[in-house]
Ligand binder design. Structure first.
Ligand SMILES: NC(=O)c1ccc[n+]([C@@H]2O[C@H](COP(=O)([O-])OP(=O)(O)OC[C@H]3O[C@@H](n4cnc5c(N)ncnc54)[C@H](OP(=O)(O)O)[C@@H]3O)[C@@H](O)[C@H]2O)c1
Length: 320
């Protein structure tokens, strides 16, 4: 099978389209022909060893000190089950979407019986399905569980047109909250289409002059310091930075603060993916597919993601 492989940390040119052995089917597992897979900020960080802040050391310890241990990137995917082991919950012919630890930037992948994989509903395109898990799972878990966002509350979302941010605006609205979101001027109309109440240009907005305080600040981009975020929160409010270093960790460990900082690293659960598919079926969530690249143009897709101005998700098409 063909796969996008890399053997050293670096820029997009460390990626190569290569022939690889097919992965082995696990007991009770299934083999999936990948139709489309997202290239996410996590794929960029793993390719370039660009782990934020204090995670630089942890990242290399986990993913390979001098070179990557796992040669094929890719987590969020859509595909078709082609083979299923005895006792597998899947059967050949089923359309699925999911989130795996690695290996989705290939023509085939294998999944275990407990993988974060769900059935892809009729009417959801492969590109949209691949664009759903990364941003959707992060936005859902960070807003619903970590921030415990409630109906009527106000939330500020940075990076509102990115893969996590575009999902966060829609999920905040679906949870009954009032979203203020930030992006550059060219994306403000998009933010409004996604459901944001107030759209702000991060290059010109004076947050201090807004005269508004928030219950939750979700910083998807890494645009705000703890001090800046706290100044925007009402007493009892919560700052949730998706990228964090020592300052954020120290602030999160201080339990007596009137404006809490909460940090979290997402675990990927099938029940959360089901909840996202349900929101899609109800018309409350539309995965935003910014650009689609053929598999052979994986380097260009990575360069786009690394630029950090993508709209929604960048998707690779594995089947031409
Ligand atoms: N902790 C976890 O478990 C977890 C899980 C998932 C993701 N993450 C992290 O979340 C982050 C978000 O990733 P993503 O893929 O959604 O998007 P991204 O590519 O990091 O961000 C894109 C968004 O940021 C905006 N932006 C670009 N430059 C900016 C600047 N200088 N100041 C403010 N905003 C700016 C863009 O707006 P314009 O294009 O309009 O400029 C766009 O809305 C990543 O760093 C990822 O590592 C963490």
């Amino acid at each position: 099978m063909k796969a996008i492989v890399y053997g050293a940390y670096g820029g997009p040119d460390v990626l190569h389209l290569a022939e690889r052995a097919r992965p082995e089917l696990q007991p009770k597992g299934a083999r999936v022909r990948v139709q489309a897979a997202a290239v996410t900020t996590a794929d960029w960080r793993l390719r370039a060893a660009a782990f934020p802040g204090v995670l630089a050391l942890v990242g290399r310890a986990m993913f390979g000190w001098r070179r990557p241990r796992q040669p094929v990137l890719g987590s969020a995917f859509a595909g078709e089950v082609t083979e299923a082991g005895e006792g597998s919950p899947w059967s050949p012919g089923q359309q699925v979407l999911g989130f795996v630890p690695a290996g989705a930037h290939a023509e085939e992948l294998v999944i275990g019986p407990d993988a974060c994989v769900v059935a892809r509903p009729a009417g959801m395109s492969a590109e949209a399905a691949a664009a759903l898990p990364f941003g959707g799972l992060a936005a859902l878990v960070f807003l619903r569980d970590v921030a415990q966002l409630k109906p009527g509350q106000r939330v500020l979302i940075t990076g509102g047109s990115g893969e996590v941010g575009a999902m966060a605006v829609q999920i905040a609205t679906a949870l009954g909250a009032r979203a203020t979101a930030m992006a550059s001027a060219g994306n403000l109309a998009l933010l409004r289409e996604l459901g944001t109440e107030t759209a702000l240009d991060y290059r010109s907005a004076d947050l201090a002059a807004l005269g508004q305080s928030f219950d939750v600040v979700l910083d998807t981009f890494g645009a705000l310091s703890v001090r800046q975020a706290r100044a925007l929160l009402r007493p009892g409010g919560v700052f949730v930075p998706l990228n964090f270093g020592l300052r954020e960790i120290a602030a999160a460990l201080w339990p007596w603060a009137r404006r809490r900082v909460k940090i979290h690293v997402n675990a990927d659960r099938a029940e959360d993916l089901e909840a996202l598919v349900k929101l899609w079926a109800e018309g409350q969530l539309h995965p935003l597919v910014g650009e689609v690249f053929p598999m052979a143009e994986a380097r260009a897709a990575h360069a786009r993601v690394e630029g950090r101005h993508k709209r929604g998700a960048v998707v690779l098409r594995m089947d031409g």
